[in-house]
Write a protein that binds this ligand. Structure first.
Ligand SMILES: NC(=O)c1ccc[n+]([C@@H]2O[C@H](COP(=O)([O-])OP(=O)(O)OC[C@H]3O[C@@H](n4cnc5c(N)ncnc54)[C@H](O)[C@@H]3O)[C@@H](O)[C@H]2O)c1
Length: 448
């Protein structure tokens, strides 16, 4: 099949590459010339396990091409995916500028039937706006009535996880198709057939339900995290251990073990933005999404707990202190720093007069880009280097390589043996035996 994907970010590039891998002819369109040039030279602008290989292989096979030529992109695909960013507006709502620009572009250049697929995360009603935008452009071009060019707009939200995006796309749990067009549904069924082999993963529904499904999924997951964080704060005040509570509740199949890890807050390009967008969208239709607001508030508060523990340990005397930060990306296996708890922590430490020695396996370049050069930030080349002369170690992201460190070496490299474990990856008893002061999330009164 001939497919066009607008946007070559985490979602667009993974979608384009995986669809090409199934044998389709894919053109990826982006307005970022440097990104397109890099992609065509075989450079992958983001870190995503397995992605470079799929992109290069399909590019070499002639099935995947990237371009800034929007007209050629629109001409190419019978199916046009919109996978551009939908960032947060100042009032929390989703900024649909890029989505509607692509809709205009498609309307401007299409000459035959297209299925236009909203893969970006967009509020309920966006497919209608995309439909209206394209129809208005076609009307301006005089392509209405007998000379009309047909098209359908479909909602097909994406559920891939950064860090496992290629695997998730290749083996999705479900594929949501929101449309009332039989023709569009059949084309998408054909496209997704190779990704749906073990059993039929396609769930076809109306457009608005599909649009809401994406928000429902993200808000449900964000709620699980915020609830566990809330419970962890209660647990440490009671002298209970949230990790034992976690196992106690996870064993209930109605609850399950996934997504109930307490920590120092969720970040990333999706949860914070989508939670805000749903709150805002609900407000617009006259509904107060009280629980969703609480999920957001708890998360914002949780992003400060590590700093509070640090400040309490050092009795508020942080001026001139140095902290080794392990992990900067918002989660392991990505270089994405959007809304990362590490940024909130670093800002608080700097404001208190402290210095940071930071290390992350993948997001050093991204940190340098976001934070710039500053005397109170040293970007280190290894986890060991970050420790040298620091007053404490703070684990912010649970990368595999931080899980079983040489605690003796940590103890020697720090000025005093103090660890703040923002992801509960260390055993408190082991650390106590090694002579560490150890603060974790919700692990008894000693965590406070
Ligand atoms: N990142 C994720 O894990 C994830 C998962 C599921 C859904 N989503 C959703 O998918 C969408 C895209 O997210 P992302 O993380 O891939 O974004 P991104 O910021 O990584 O990439 C967006 C890309 O779109 C390009 N772009 C902007 N305007 C364009 C235009 N008019 N024409 C062509 N390209 C244009 C940008 O240059 C950029 O390369 C968002 O709505 C997001 O919420 C993201």
């Amino acid at each position: 099949m001939r497919i066009t994907v607008h946007g070559t970010g985490y979602v667009g590039l993974v979608t384009g590459a995986c669809i090409a891998q199934a044998g389709n002819q894919v053109v990826c369109v982006d307005v970022d010339q440097a990104k397109v040039a890099a992609l065509n030279a075989g450079e992958i602008p983001i870190f995503e396990p397995g992605l470079a290989d799929v992109v290069r292989r399909n590019h070499a096979a002639g099935r995947l091409n990237c371009t800034t030529d929007v007209a050629a992109g629109v001409r190419h695909g019978e199916i046009q995916f919109i996978a551009v960013g939908t960032p947060k507006n100042e009032d929390g709502s989703a900024d649909l500028r890029h989505v509607l620009t692509v809709a205009e572009t498609i309307g401007t250049h299409m000459t035959d039937y297209k299925v236009v697929v909203d893969k970006s995360t967009v509020p309920v009603g966006t497919a209608d706006r995309v439909q209206e935008t394209i129809a208005a452009v076609l009307a301006r071009r005089g392509l209405t009535g007998p000379s009309a060019v047909a098209f359908d707009v479909v909602s097909n939200p994406e559920f891939l996880k950064e860090g496992a995006a290629v695997a998730d796309f290749m083996k999705p749990d479900r594929i949501i198709i929101g449309t009332d067009s039989h023709r569009a549904a059949e084309l998408l069924r054909q496209l997704y057939e190779p990704f749906s082999r073990s059993h039929d993963k396609l769930i076809v529904m109306d457009v608005r339900s599909a649009e809401l499904t994406k928000y429902a999924a993200n808000v449900m997951l964000a709620t699980k995290i915020s609830l566990m964080n809330e419970l962890s704060n209660i647990a440490e005040r009671y002298g209970a251990d949230i990790e034992q509570v976690r196992m106690g509740i996870g064993s209930d199949p109605r609850i399950g073990y996934s997504f109930i890890y307490p920590g120092c807050g969720y970040g990333g390009s999706c949860f914070p933005k989508d939670v805000h967008a749903l709150i805002r969208a609900a407000e617009e239709i006259g509904y107060d999404a009280e629980l969703v607001r609480a999920v957001d508030n708890v998360n914002n508060r949780q992003k400060h707990v590590l700093f509070q523990k640090i400040s309490r340990h050092f009795r508020g005397q942080l001026t001139g202190k140095t902290f080794a930060l392990w992990g900067l990306a918002f989660k392991p296996n990505t270089d994405d720093m959007r809304e990362a708890p590490s940024l909130v922590l670093m800002e608080a430490l700097w404001a208190a007069g402290a210095r940071v020695r930071a290390y992350d396996p993948q997001s050093m370049a991204e940190t340098a880009r976001i934070c710039g050069a500053r005397p109170d930030l040293k970007l280190c080349e290894s986890a060991d280097e970050a420790l040298n002369g620091a007053d404490a170690l703070v684990v912010v992201t649970e990368w595999q390589e931080f899980r079983s460190p040489d605690f003796e070496r940590i103890s020697k490299a720090l000025t005093a043996p103090v660890i703040f474990d923002g992801r509960n990856i260390y055993d408190p008893r082991l650390l106590a035996k090694q002579g560490f002061s150890h603060y974790a999330i919700g692990r008894g009164k000693s965590s406070l």
